[in-house]
Design a protein around this ligand. Sequence first.
Ligand code: MG
Length: 380
Amino acid sequence: MTTAALIVAAGRGTRAGGPVPKQWQPLAGRRVIDWTLDAFLAAPGIDRIVVVLHADDLMQLVPHAKVEVTTGGSTRAASVRNGLEFLAASPPACVLIHDVARCCARPEFISTIVQHVRDGKTPGLAPALPVTDALWTGENDRVTGMRDRVGLYRAQTPQAFHFDSILTAHRAHQGDAPDDVAIARAAGLDVSIIDGDEDNLKITHPSDFARAERIIGDRMDIRVGSGFDVHRFGPGDHCMLCGVAVPHDRGLAGHSDADVGMHALTDAIYGALAQGDIGRHFPPSDPQWKGAQSHIFLRHAVGLAREQGFKINNLDITLVCEQPKITPHATAMQSALAAITGVASDRISVKATTSERLGFTGRQEGIAAQATVTLVKTCA
Ligand code: MG
């Protein structure tokens, strides 16, 4: 049973302020629409995602294999209708219709709605929260009356429907509507209420950006890891440093290719994940790692970070030695590390220092390296 998500993002709403419509405005370092899409991409049970955009905005979205795009109409209802007609070419069993401005919807929340609509006791289902505040009417800053709040709900999205039912309802509907439950009910469809989420706010006014940013910020898992390594000089004519063979009158001795910088970096990533160190994953006692190229270790650590949902935000390495000189090779090292880790070169720092001829690095007995990484993940 396939379930599609239809994200309505064609609005030109101006109540939120700002020079561009709210879905394209920045929020916690990304755009509102990116947070919304990520939640649906991460939600188990969503097979397809269709975003309804204004014709002027089609180039704004970064292409993604699971995200299709169609254009909206002059009203919200017309935009949803266009999205449903787009889906109708290859109709899903169920569809979740969501306002792009609800960018704090959690993947788990979305999945719960998918489960309920698939179980399908009613053709429609929508999240809502009971009204708990007293309700007044007012005029010119004066209270003019009271309203009974009993039985009143604040409606949210995603609103979920059996696809054929909501398509038929939309085709029969004239004019705009506040949401798709209104259109479903106008067609006589039963709609159940499921518990909404207080954090699933709709960005409407300028102050909502700050609240959404707080909600998303609370879900960030930010990790710092550090790594340190030393290798002694031995016979050879080059040193492997951060993936680059640097000519030198000696090499570095070690079980693997002795790339001290890459080892420190790999340990920093393991450290941020609380996953021990290189020795734990690639025991030196195991002959298969003798002479191994260090990118194998680094790729493994990067893979573990990805598996756990982390993005590597930046890498910073310091090599400590008198010789060879590192600076002429730093750019090549950044590129080599970028190719292995998938991190952009401008987020990778390779720098060097001497130890003022003090200690083992000062006596040119070996090279030391230390590395720091930050990993970032958005938790549901
Ligand atoms: Mg080492």
